[in-house]
Write a protein that binds this ligand. Structure first.
Ligand SMILES: [Zn+2]
Length: 241
């Protein structure tokens, strides 16, 4: 039975609310509640009322945060899309996973970290999902393959870093653990497709960035950090649709 307008509106509202939750978690989880209350621009420690999920302008400097609004719009749209579109994975499994992926991506983009606690939660959810869909063997093979392949890439990245005497690691160890989580979700051999698509997406984005730099008449800003987690997450999400 197709969903009526009332249902879609309800899901859009729930999606927006979930987006606000993700935004709040992305404020609180990396450095704690006190850090979340600090204004991103003027660094004043605001009261909880002044913080208000960063939905209102900062009363001290007038800074308006865009992230909560953007996230709410994005999650509302994604939620309605998942409700309407038939997907490989059922809505009940895919919706929480989508929100979780978004939270990881936002924190990685803003703080360049993949939090171990969040990965532990994701691993538990991913293994439960994998076992229900495909059984233990395929799921654990996915976890092992995801971690092992990413560990090899991580090692190669470290070698390259030493050769080039670069300050930053091209790949973080968090990416290795993230690939274990995605391995549980995708199973074996799905995890291979996830990794290849993730690398291709990241590569395509780098080329685009290079082209934009060249068009603007500026050289390549060497050593620009490219977070891999959002690309890996996007690839895995696409494969689950
Ligand atoms: Zn401020």
């Amino acid at each position: 039975m197709p969903l009526g307008w009332g249902d879609l509106l309800l899901w859009a509202g729930l999606g927006a609310l979930a987006g606000l939750g993700i935004s709040a978690l992305a404020d609180v989880l990396p450095y704690g509640p006190a850090a979340a209350r600090r204004c991103p621009r003027c660094r004043t420690l605001r009261s909880w009322r002044e913080y208000a999920f960063n939905l209102r302008p900062c009363p001290h400097c007038g800074y308006r945060a865009k992230r909560p609004w953007l996230l709410m719009a994005l999650t509302a749209a994604l939620t309605v899309f998942l409700r309407v579109e038939p997907t490989k994975l059922s809505f009940g499994w895919l919706w929480p996973l989508t929100l979780y992926f978004l939270l990881l991506a936002v924190i990685d983009l803003e703080h360049r970290v993949v939090l171990p606690e969040l990965l532990a939660v994701g691993l538990a959810y991913g293994v439960a999902l994998g076992v229900v869909r495909r059984g233990w063997v395929v799921t654990l093979a996915g976890v092992a393959a995801g971690a092992a392949l990413m560990l090899i890439l991580y090692g190669l990245g470290r070698l390259l870093q030493r050769r080039l005497r670069a300050a930053e690691e091209p790949l973080g160890f968090g990416d290795v653990l993230l690939m274990a989580v995605l391995g549980a979700v995708l199973g074996w051999p799905g995890v291979l497709a996830g990794l290849v698509w993730g690398i291709l997406l990241a590569g395509a984005f780098s080329l685009l960035l290079l082209a934009v730099c060249a068009l603007r008449g500026r050289g390549w800003a060497g050593g620009v950090y490219l977070p891999y987690a959002p690309f890996l997450l996007a690839a895995a999400w696409g494969l689950l649709l």
